[in-house]
Design a protein around this ligand. Structure first.
Ligand SMILES: [Zn+2]
Length: 246
């Protein structure tokens, strides 16, 4: 998943997966690539301290799926700049790098198990769509996905106190999960903390923080909704009980 935190250049695109087939990578359609210098960047050109790394761009382009049969196309916009690096042939040089802000349709940063209920999948997809432009909101949608997972697992949402219906906090709902989910409780609590920071903290989350949340959420989803995982657990349980073949 770490590849989704990386920038791209015209000649080097990280291996981002096509969101249509989810099995081939995207490559840039060079004919569609445009970049234009921003107004602020132009204004700074006359400054006596001006250096090439003061240049700023906006870009737009289309990425295409590497698998010709898929025909997936994804449009993208974002920002760009010049960064100094070392070239084997030319030595010290500046290269143009681009930072995506949006993709349409949105990239799918990890694969969901096929049996993920739609209200959970939609929330995670909402998170993916915000990943490149608003890290705090992306983490917050991952947190809402947790609430939906708990509701799907029939964990109660309300309690009655003093004849009034009160909402049970996400933290307490996670604690209410039955013993068989003990292993994933720790993961869910960590995703919750990151989602909370997304809503309340002053520091703001980094893309790496959101990727951490996705890594844990992906394990949680696989443990609950991946058929193969459930089947294997059931098989192991039966064999362990008999201490030998079924
Ligand atoms: Zn594709």
């Amino acid at each position: 998943m770490n590849r989704y935190t990386k920038r791209f250049s015209i000649s080097d695109v990280p291996s981002w997966m096509c969101p249509i087939c989810e099995s081939s990578t995207l490559s840039i359609d060079r004919q569609t690539f445009f970049r234009v210098e921003t107004a602020d960047s132009k204004k700074s050109t006359g400054h006596s301290d001006w250096e090439p790394d003061w240049l700023r761009f906006v870009y737009s382009c289309v990425f295409k799926c590497a698998n010709k049969q898929c025909e997936g196309v994804v449009s993208s916009v974002g920002t760009g700049c010049l960064e100094e690096g070392l070239d084997e042939e030319f030595g010290q040089c500046f290269s143009e790098y681009f930072y995506p802000k949006y993709f349409y349709p949105n990239l799918k940063i990890f694969k969901l198990p096929e049996d993920t209920p739609s209200e959970i999948a939609e929330e995670i997809n909402q998170s993916f769509s915000l990943f490149f432009c608003n890290f705090d909101s992306a983490a917050n949608h991952a947190r809402i996905a947790l609430e939906n997972i708990l509701t799907d697992l029939k964990v109660k949402r309300y309690k009655i106190a003093n004849h009034k219906r009160k909402t049970i906090t996400l933290h307490n709902r996670i604690e209410l999960l039955p013993a068989k989910y003990e292993k994933i409780k720790t993961l869910m609590l960590a995703v919750k903390w990151l989602g909370n920071s997304g809503s309340h903290s002053g520091r703001g989350l980094t893309p790496e923080d959101v990727i951490d949340a996705y890594k844990m959420l992906s394990v949680v989803l696989n443990a609950i909704y991946d058929d193969k995982h459930a089947e294997a657990s059931k098989l192991a349980k039966g064999i362990n009980k008999k201490k030998g073949p079924k």
